[in-house]
Design a protein around this ligand. Structure first.
Ligand code: SAH
Length: 254
């Protein structure tokens, strides 16, 4: 019994060590400036290094080319959007938990969707599923104005705080059911949806501007990103890559 407990503790300890290794330097070297990962002596920011490697190996090497998307992802401090236990994994090639059983998407998917939406500097963009606000921040870097809707009030509030601390003044977050869109600010030049409905919500199609693009995961167990283009004459839907997003909910959580 005793041996078994000791072995379990030793194994647990090894696991914790291994899990911590990739990004520990950032936390260990952090000073009291509030900027995670910055080493005051050498000026080296471990998170910055990890972010630039993420852009190169996870995003550019997989084919994302849009310079403004790449610049936005190089700039936005993803580690500021996740809770402390996950900060060291902020630049890894995976989704991460953000609380309330929700996740922040894998960085490549954020880049892929932002590129597919073909957003201009003058664009007004709607995002459904604010989550921690990371995708909204990327959109805030490349568009003129971003409106984002989150159905879980606590996540909406936390995202508002993070975005305001980082100085984003062109992003507005509201709590609500994004299925209905945000009709007051429509039409939108682009709509990015980061929770998966089983079919594309008609109100979102209605609120998309002519020549606008919507990028949306569709499906239940099997999902694909659909890129929808609205022209004067018709709606064109192109199925692209398979993905796994949280389902789009229809009820506000309290
Ligand atoms: N874009 C987010 C990732 C979001 S995960 C980010 O960068 O962090 C999907 C989010 O969609 C979750 O926070 C979930 O609560 C939210 N969501 C699910 N259904 C929704 C709906 N009907 N309206 C608005 N938000 C919704």
């Amino acid at each position: 019994m005793m041996n078994f407990s000791l072995v379990s503790i030793a194994l647990l300890y090894c696991c914790i060590l291994i899990l911590c290794l990739p990004g520990c330097a950032g936390e260990v070297n952090s000073n009291n400036s509030g900027i995670q990962g910055e080493n005051s002596n050498s000026g080296i920011d471990q998170f910055e290094i990890e972010r630039q490697e993420m852009v190169k190996y996870q995003i550019r090497d997989r084919g994302v080319q849009d310079k403004r998307v790449l610049a936005a992802i190089s700039k936005v401090p993803r580690h500021q959007f996740v809770e402390p236990p996950w900060k060291d994994f902020a630049y890894s090639d995976r989704p991460l938990p953000i609380g309330y059983q929700q996740t922040i998407s894998q960085p490549y998917i954020v880049a892929y969707m932002s590129e597919a939406a073909e957003i201009s500097t003058e664009a007004k963009v709607l995002e459904i599923g604010t989550g921690c606000g990371y995708q909204a921040a990327i959109l805030g870097e490349i568009a003129k104005q971003v409106y984002s809707i989150e159905i879980i009030p606590q996540l909406a509030e936390r995202a508002r705080q993070t975005l305001s601390q980082l100085g984003y003044e062109n992003i507005e977050v509201k709590t609500g059911d994004g299925y209905q869109g945000w009709v007051e600010h429509a039409p939108y030049d682009a709509i990015i949806v980061t929770a998966a409905p089983e079919k594309i919500p008609q109100p979102l199609i209605d609120q998309l501007a002519t020549n606008g693009k919507m990028v949306i995961p569709v499906g239940s167990w099997y999902q694909e990103i659909v890129v929808l283009t609205k022209t004067e004459e018709r709606i064109i839907e192109e199925k692209t890559i398979p993905v796994r997003f949280v389902p789009m909910r229809r009820k506000l959580l309290k």
